[in-house]
Design a protein around this ligand. Sequence first.
Ligand code: ADP
Ligand code: MG
Length: 304
Amino acid sequence: MGPVIAQKLRASGFHTVESIAVASSKELADAASISRDRALEISSKAREMLKINFSTAEELLKLRTRVTRLATGSKALDSLLGGGIESQAILELIGEFGVGKTQICHTICATVQLPLERGGLDGEALYIDTEGTFRPERMAQISKAFDLNSEAVLRNIIVGRALNSDHQILMVEKIDELIKEKKIKLIIVDSLVSHFRAEYLGRESLPERQQKMNSHLHRLLRIAEIYNIPVVVTNQVIASPDTFFGASDKPAGGHIIAHLSTNRIFIRKSKKNTRIAKVIDSPYLPESECIFAISEKGIEDITD
Ligand code: ADP
Ligand code: MG
């Protein structure tokens, strides 16, 4: 592209080839005041440069072999997930308030910093906190449990407090530079849906909400794929009136999240500090369950 377009893109926050590759043609067209066709040309060129225009299943398989796995702190949960939280994918943690979603998010902010041989990804974490529930002092406690230096652990977690859904979307749009600059190996959005649910009330605002969540999640998924990292999002449950009996809770966010999350884990409370996690509608994981505990160590296996 010419210097004028490049300048305009830079001014709109597109500083890397990756950021252009993951943007939609409309976003690029708006940012650089160019036609959608021209924007499409530029984004497909960017994808070519990054070799993300696959043509054969063989090439896809090669990319899949780059998949890495992140330990959660609980071996039982790791094996439920097929060996840990996988990169190039979105893991959705679903459950009612107090079930431990945020505790899992905190724990993996520590495990991601572990070396590969200990189940980590030897990298840093990016935590998008929409509910103001991230607690650095909790990280200190968890760090100790993993024999990690708590100051170093805190330095390696970037926290973005998203104040509303637009802010949340914007943060993800500006993530590329951070990922490149820092050694980000994990992205967390806790919670994915709360702002959207609070702001888009009523039936008439539903299409707009779904459209925004759709492009937000698409972007997160493309980031997971391009940078070969896991993205973990949390989701609430809503009481479902259309069930007669039994489990009447279902994940919020409708079909959009269901389609774009690669793996969905439903968590429910059990005795004392234990929790039951269940895989729901995964493309390749069996529908099984496991049990884990929340403790001062973060999350861990049950002891007896
Ligand atoms: P969610 O994000 O799903 O709403 P949280 O992740 O905040 O839920 O989990 C809250 C649960 O974690 C509570 O049951 C609480 O007792 C437990 N918890 C929080 N901190 C600690 C800690 N330091 N030690 C043990 N349990 C804790
Ligand atoms: Mg929470």
